[in-house]
Design a protein around this ligand. Structure first.
Ligand code: HEM
Length: 478
C-alpha cells in the first residue's frame, strides 16, 4: 500500500475514533445532567395549584384534601407549584431528617416577602451560619437549668395574675383569646423583661395580620396597616433597648448573669459588638410572633381533647391533685413540680400531634438536591410537613385516635416534630412547655370548665385557630 493511502486511512480512522469518543462523552454528560424531577402536577401557569392548597388549608384539611390524595397518586415526594414557586412536597421521617438536617448546606428557610419585611431582615429566621449560631446561643442561654428555675415562678405569677384579672367573676371566656393575651405578656415580661404597655398587644396583632398577606402596599391593605404598626413597635422597642443600654452601661453591668432577662442578654451582645441594634429589635418582634399564636393554639387543643376524653381528663386531674398534696394552698410551683407533670405533657404532645400549631414550613434549595432518585432543582421550594409522620400508621398505631399514653415511650427522631428539627428546631420549646403545663395546672385545679361549642371548627389563616375563639364556661371550684 502506498504511504499516502496509509496516511489518509489513519487520518480517517483517528477522526472517526475521536468523533465516537466525543459523542459517547456528550451522551454520558447529557444523561448526567438530565434531571429526573419528582412526579406531580404543576397546575395552571403561575398560580399552579395555589388555590387548591389555600382552600384545603382554610378548612384545616390540608392533609386530607391536598397532600394525601397526591401522595396516593405520585408517592411521598411530589412536585407542585405554589404561590408563584415550583415546589416539592416531601413526607415521612427520612424526608424530614434529610431536609431539616441539611439546613444551610442544601436548603435555607424561605418565608414570604411580607413575613421578612414585617419581622425584619435581621431576625433569626433570616440568619444563616455564624450569625444564626450567635443569636441562637443568646436565646438558648435563657433556657439553661438556672434560667428555667427562675422562669417557672415568673410564668406562674404571670398566669395567676392573668386569671385573677380576666377570669374572676366571669362565667364565660374565650380560651383562645385569653391565652393569646397571656402568652404575649409572658414572652415580653417573663422572657424578655419588657413591661407590656397599653396598646402594645393591639399593635402587635396588626403586624401579625399582615405577616402572610400579599406584600402589596395600597391604602387600607392588611400589609399597609401591618407596616404602619411595625414602625410604631420599632419606635417603642428602640426606646426600650436604648434605655436598657444606658442603665447597663451606667452601672457597669456589661454582661447578663445566668437566669437573667433576654433583653439584657441581647443588649449585652449589642454593647460587645456581637449584634446590632436592628438585630435586637427584629428578634424581639420575631420572638413575640413565634411564641404567640403557637402556644395559645397548643393550649386550646389540649383543652379540646380533654373535654372529648373524660378518662384522660380524670387521669390528668389526679396528677395535679397528687402534686398539690405536698404543697401549701397558694404555694408557688417549682421546676421540679413542673417536671412531675408527665401525663399532662403526654396529653399536650398528643394534642399537638393531631393539631400541630405549625404544620410544616418551606425551605429553598440552594443546590440541586438528589433525593430518593429525584432531583429537586436549585431555586425550587421544598415543603416538609408534620402530617406525613403524625398521621401515618407507619409511625403511630391507629394514628387518628387520641391516645396520650403512646408518649410513654420516646419516638425515633424526625417522627414527632411539632417543634421542627435540625439547626432550626424551635428555640422557645421550653417556654412553650412551661406555659402550657402551668396554665393547665392552674385551670384544672381552680376551675370547673366546659366547652361551649364542642364541635367548633378549626380554621387556618395561615396558622390554625378555633373559628369562634373557643368559648368555655367557667366556675371556680368550691
Ligand atoms: C407550642 C408552641 C410552639 C410551637 C408548636 C413552635 C414550633 C416551631 C417550629 C415548628 C419551628 C421551626 C420552623 C422551621 O423549621 O422553619 C420553630 C422555630 C422557632 N421558634 Fe417555636 N414554637 C412554639 C413556641 C415558641 C416560643 C414560645 C418561642 C419563643 C419564646 C419560639 C421561638 C422560636 C424561634 C426563635 C424559632 C426559630 C429558630 C431558628 O430559626 O433557629 N417558639 N418553632
Amino acid at each position: 500500500m502506498d504511504k499516502e493511502l496509509v496516511h489518509v486511512l489513519l487520518g480517517l480512522f483517528s477522526t472517526l475514533a475521536s468523533t465516537t469518543v466525543f459523542v459517547i462523552c456528550l451522551k454520558l454528560s447529557n444523561d448526567r445532567n438530565k434531571k429526573k424531577l419528582p412526579p406531580g402536577n404543576m397546575g395552571f401557569p403561575w398560580i399552579g395549584e395555589t388555590l387548591e392548597f389555600y382552600k384545603a388549608q382554610k378548612g384545616n384539611r390540608l392533609f386530607e384534601e391536598f397532600i394525601q390524595p397526591r401522595i396516593r397518586k405520585y408517592g411521598k415526594v411530589f412536585k407542585t407549584h405554589l404561590m408563584g414557586s415550583p415546589t416539592v412536597i416531601v413526607s415521612g421521617a427520612n424526608a424530614n431528617r434529610f431536609i431539616l438536617s441539611n439546613e444551610f448546606k442544601m436548603v435555607v428557610s424561605s418565608w414570604p416577602a411580607s413575613s421578612v419585611q414585617l419581622m425584619g431582615k435581621n431576625s433569626i429566621m433570616e440568619k444563616q451560619g455564624e450569625s444564626h449560631r450567635c443569636l441562637r446561643g443568646l436565646i438558648s442561654a435563657t433556657f439553661g437549668d438556672v434560667g428555667l428555675e427562675t422562669l417557672v415562678p415568673k410564668v406562674f405569677n404571670s398566669i395567676l395574675s392573668h386569671l385573677g384579672q380576666k377570669w374572676n367573676d366571669r362565667e364565660e371566656i374565650s380560651l383562645y383569646r385569653s391565652t393569646k393575651a397571656m402568652t404575649f405578656t409572658i414572652v415580653l415580661e417573663c422572657l424578655l423583661g419588657i413591661n407590656v404597655k397599653a396598646g402594645m398587644l393591639e399593635t402587635f396583632e396588626k403586624i401579625l395580620e399582615g405577616v402572610f398577606a400579599p406584600a402589596i402596599r395600597f391604602p387600607g391593605s392588611k400589609f399597609s396597616r401591618a407596616t404602619k404598626a411595625r414602625l410604631e413597635i420599632h419606635r417603642m422597642i428602640v426606646e426600650v433597648v436604648r434605655e436598657e443600654r444606658q442603665q447597663m452601661e451606667a452601672c457597669g453591668r456589661l454582661q447578663e448573669r445566668e437566669g437573667g432577662m433576654l433583653l439584657s442578654r441581647l443588649v449585652a451582645g449589642l454593647i460587645w459588638g456581637e449584634i446590632s441594634e436592628e438585630e435586637v429589635v427584629d428578634n424581639i418582634v420575631l420572638l413575640v410572633f413565634a411564641a404567640h399564636d403557637t402556644t395559645s393554639f397548643a393550649i386550646a387543643m389540649t383543652f379540646k381533647m380533654l373535654s372529648q376524653h373524660p378518662n384522660c381528663h380524670a387521669l390528668l386531674l389526679q396528677e395535679h391533685v397528687d402534686l398539690m398534696r405536698d404543697k401549701r394552698p397558694g404555694e408557688i410551683l417549682t421546676l421540679d413540680d413542673v417536671k412531675k407533670m408527665k401525663y399532662t405533657w403526654q396529653v399536650t404532645r398528643e394534642s399537638m400531634r393531631l393539631f400541630p400549631p405549625i404544620f410544616g414550613s418551606f425551605r429553598k434549595a440552594i443546590v440541586d438536591i438528589e433525593f430518593e432518585g429525584f432531583t429537586i432543582p436549585k431555586g425550587w421550594k421544598v415543603l416538609w410537613t408534620t402530617y406525613g409522620t403524625h398521621y401515618s400508621a407507619d409511625y403511630f398505631q391507629d394514628p387518628l385516635s387520641f391516645n396520650p399514653s403512646r408518649f410513654e415511650e420516646p419516638f425515633p427522631p424526625y417522627v414527632f416534630l411539632p417543634f421542627g428539627g435540625g439547626p432550626r428546631v424551635c428555640a422557645g420549646y421550653q417556654l412553650a412547655k412551661l406555659t402550657t403545663l402551668i396554665f393547665v395546672h392552674l385551670v384544672v385545679t381552680r376551675y370547673d370548665w366546659s366547652l361551649l361549642y364542642p364541635d367548633e371548627k378549626i380554621t387556618m389563616d395561615p396558622l390554625p385557630f378555633p373559628s369562634h375563639g373557643m368559648p368555655i364556661k367557667i366556675s371556680p371550684k368550691m
